[in-house]
Design a protein around this ligand. Sequence first.
Ligand code: SAH
Ligand code: F3S
Length: 501
Amino acid sequence: MPRLWIETVGCQMNVLDSELVVAALRRQGWDLAGTTAEADAVFYNTCSVRQHAEDKVYSALGRIRLEKERRPGLVVGVLGCMAQKDQALVRSRAPWVDLVVGPGQLHRVPLLVEAIRSGGGPQVEVALGRTAGSRAEIARSFESYDPDRDPTMRPNPFQAFLRTQTGCDKFCSFCVVPHVRGPEQARAPDTILAEARRLVAEGCREITLIGQTVNSYAWSDGGRTSRLADLLGRLDAVDGLDRIRFVTNYPRDMTADLVAAVRDLPKVCPYLHVPAQHGSDAVLARMRRGYTIGEYREMFAMVRAALPHAAVTSDFIVGFCGETDAEFQTTLDLVRESGFKNSFIFKYSPRPGTKAFQRQPDDVPEGVKKERHRVLLDAQTEVSRAGNQPFVGTRQQVLVEGLSVRDEKREAAGAPPSADGSAQLTGRTRCDRIVVFDAPLRMVGRLVDIDIVTAGPWSLGGLVAEPAAAAGDPASPSGGDRPQQLHAIRLPTAGSLGRGE
Ligand code: SAH
Ligand code: F3S
């Protein structure tokens, strides 16, 4: 039986794509390899959002080269966004790569692997560029990849990502995603609902809807348009499902009806990832984000009024083209004032093919970017710490996800399990706060009430509130707090590449 090793870099879309590619190959008789040395195929599912993510993949390709020299029959594949962005360049930099497949061609992977293994030589399959044809032609060349799911291939069987749409049409000037993931294309609501029901039948309790701008979702059928709020209403009625999350939101599409749906639908978690990217109107205009900071603040105030306890999170870019000290200060002010539960902070990385790359010099020195990153992260850390403090003394319902980072490391280092079968576990509240506590491993996958006793900036610590036998009743949501972030779920097959930072 041939064996596959896959490493995934980047966002939750890639995590889902890897899950689906592995499931498709398993249906063709493949199994998973424990190491690259045992594998008949080694795939890297790649990210192009920042240079650093690409560098990691080229380093990994350098490491696999020796293995390929020893075993020429090994199939080395580069999948995903870098494959689409760099295409032939991947093979000229790393000629030992056999397979280059963009995110719009993943359905072809099993066939292409067979072609290589039966002597057909290297295979490259990518979609059209964003100016290479009519919108319809380009859209057709990016096929949504949604084959049957396989619960054993998920990071855990009780949580799943579910794609609502592919691609992005916003074209922020810094961002490569619309170029590598193609035009925005929604999936039909009935298809999404059917997939959700199947996931639940397989034991899934929490679904995270994913789209580059998930709240731009629109599906028109017979004169009626379904939006994300409609979709959430239908998903909320699915029996057996406990929690629904959705990422990532585009600020301008955060409409009042969507916020009302989050407020009124009991399974929809009050966690909203709505990246601001910057605090200054001038920079937002250079970024082509399509809103002013005043409009962002209005959106934020609307969310706060309707959902006072919701967790709102953001992404920020520091050191974007031409960013002055005064402009950076506006981002710092926004972070200090807004109370984001957490923010992902990135140093600007120029991306070939984007408008910013073509027209705006990357003129903020690396040292300044680093310093602004540090200052903003320090500010966010204090805001996050203050935001977590009020949870001490409350009872929170968490979905138990698995071993804590500490116990995972212990397990990886070969430490024996504790005699009573308990371990340090981690779970998330409805509003995506990480909670760490000691409990028996059999609680993984259950909803459990935890009494919170400690709070740090990035997690809470607590004690199981009920006897284990009673825990996990899905009909007892507790606590004022509700949901999640695009947590860096690792596939069971994944190696060490991690998020594409
Ligand atoms: N819509 C996507 C966002 C894609 S990229 C989503 O689902 O999250 C994720 C984040 O990376 C962006 O919000 C932005 O903050 C950051 N980013 C994108 N392009 C970047 C670049 N060229 N340099 C630095 N950070 C970037
Ligand atoms: Fe990128 Fe902007 Fe779309 S950040 S994914 S172009 S909304």
